[in-house]
Structures are given as structure tokens and as C-alpha cells.
Design a protein around this ligand. Sequence first.
Ligand SMILES: [Zn+2]
Length: 373
Amino acid sequence: MKKYKIFRCKKCLTPSTRPRVTFNKKKICNACQNHKILINFDWKKRFQELKKIAKKINKETVGKKYNCIVPTGGGKDSSYVAWHVKNTLNLRPLCVFCEPSLFTKQGRQNLINFKKSGFKLDILKTNNYFRDYDIKCFKRAGLPQQAWLQAIVIYPIKVALKHNIKYVFGGEEAESSYGGSNKNFLKKFVKLSENKKFLLEGQEIENYYTKKQLKKFKNIYFTKKELKKANSIYKLFWSSFEFWDERKHFKIAREKCGLRYSKKRDTNAINKHSHTDQRLYALHMFLAYLKFGFSRATTDTSIAIRLGYMDRKKGLKIVKKYDHIFPKEYLSYYLKYFKMDKEEFVNILKSFVNKKLFKNNDIFNLKFKNKFV
Ligand SMILES: [Zn+2]
């Protein structure tokens, strides 16, 4: 059998197994290559261009109550974007929130605080149909929060279409920043049709339900006709107009939008401030560990290394300590949500263990076949 070669980026810790990542000859990942471009980029000029775009939007939409959409969850990044869209660009945003399943109390409180700070929200609540879809995708594809992932891509555009709004302001263009597809790197306007496949993790909801059943999923699913219309909407990623710095975001979100963090962190997280509003994300990332050999510690330390907050050696130590951890504090939530006992749940997880990467099948104590540094 051919040896399965895995390696990490020489600068950060992004692994070669990450979907859509690319490396140069020196084994440096595209996230690090992009970062080098971003730190030398003329952001001042770019931001002026954004201001011009905002002016044009305001001119086109005189008399309209809202003139752009900002998808938000009350977290640090989306709050930061919403606040600047409203107060720096002087636009009139309608914020869109898609409730994740197993939403935390902390997340709910932050959402209330955000709303109170002066934003109008359109909320898509989760429901039992979405749960059914999550159960199916978890079993078949190892994707435990597919309904929500689909919602955050599709629902804001649905709301834009409903209100005849042409612009959606996103936060980070995460693919090129973390080492995924590079096609939208520093692009000013992005269209959905160009990215639908990877945004939806390659899942087609049509393969899971009949035409009649699909009506229950109209908020997280486009018909062909709607998809055509959706192409008249432009997405603008904030990270393509201003250098993306999460520390700066937290300050604004806390001071202006009432963001608070819990005192506890998830056991597989290395900080208390990412994805604190939901419990399924920890499972989603544990599945990434089973499938690709990396989890949250890898992505978070890689960001810190690129920003110069941590060196690679320390990052690798943290990765070894945290990346393999199953978030057992949420196990009872997961079993209830997926309507299964522990044995069935563990067997599903086991079925996604990448046999090319790991030499055993014990999901709580997996051993890599090759050295992974
Ligand atoms: Zn890298």
C-alpha cells in the first residue's frame, strides 16, 4: 500500500489533510502565503473603496428602511461588522440570525444584548425538521450541524431577496484565511453560485428528502429558480476590506454591543471566545479530527502563530494536548439531540475514523500511523 503522507505547514500548523488547502514547494500553506500578502496590503486604500461602495448603496436605496443584510449571531466578529456597517459606513442593516441547535444560555444572552444595542433582527429558529436533517447528515456524512451550516449560507440571501436588498456583509472570508479555497481571496464582491458546493460541504438536501418534504426546508434550501435569483446578490466580506484582527473585534463587541463570555471553555477549545454560543460545533470539530486529523487547537493556534502571538513550537505542544479531546461535557446533549444511545453514537463516530491516518479505532485514544509534526 502506498504510504499516506501527511504533514503540517512549516510556518503554522495547518495539516495537508485540510480540505482544499494548497502548499508551495517549501511546504508553506496558502493561509500563511495569504497572510504575508495581507500584512503588506494597502488597507487604507481598500477601506476608502468600501466607503465609496457604501455611498453608492445609500444613493441607490433612498427611502428604503434597510439597504443591506448583516448575518450575525451576537458574537465578537459579526457584532463588530454590524456595528461598523451601521456607524462607519452609515448603512441601514437588517441583521439576520440563524439559531443553532443546542444553543447555549450565554449565546442567547449575547443575542439579546446585541439586539438591545440598537439592531433590527430577522431570526430563523431551529426546529424538528432541521434536527431530522442533522441526524441524517450525522449518520451518513459525519456532519452533525448541517442544517445550521446550510441556514447561515442560504437564509440571509432569502431575506435579502424578500426585501429586495442587493448586498450582504459577511465577516471573515474564512476559506482563504485558514487554508481552504483561494478563489475569493481579497475579492470585493462574491457570488453564491461560485461557492455553493464547498459552502454546503458538498451536501445536497434533495438527496435526503422528497420534493414534497423539501417544502419544510424552504428556508435552508434554494430551488433552481431561486438560485438564479440569488445570483443578483453580492456578498462583501469585511476581511477583504480591513485587516482582520479578532482582538480588536472583541473590544467593540463588548463596549458597543454588550458581548460577554462564559467563564468556562469547551474541553477541546484553547480559548473561551470562539463558538461559545453552541454545543454542536465542538462535535463538528471532533469529527474533523477523526476524518482529517485536526481539530480546534490546530486552527486556533495556527491563527495565533500567523498573528505572531505564539511560536510554532508552543502551538504544537498545545495541539498535542487538546486536538484529540472529545467534548464529553456535551455527550448527554448529543445523545438526546440525535436520539440514540452511547453505543450507537460511538459507532457512528468510529465509522468516520480515517484509516489512512490512524492505526487504531478507539475514538477516545487514537494513534497516528505516522509522525505528524
Ligand atoms: Zn501555514
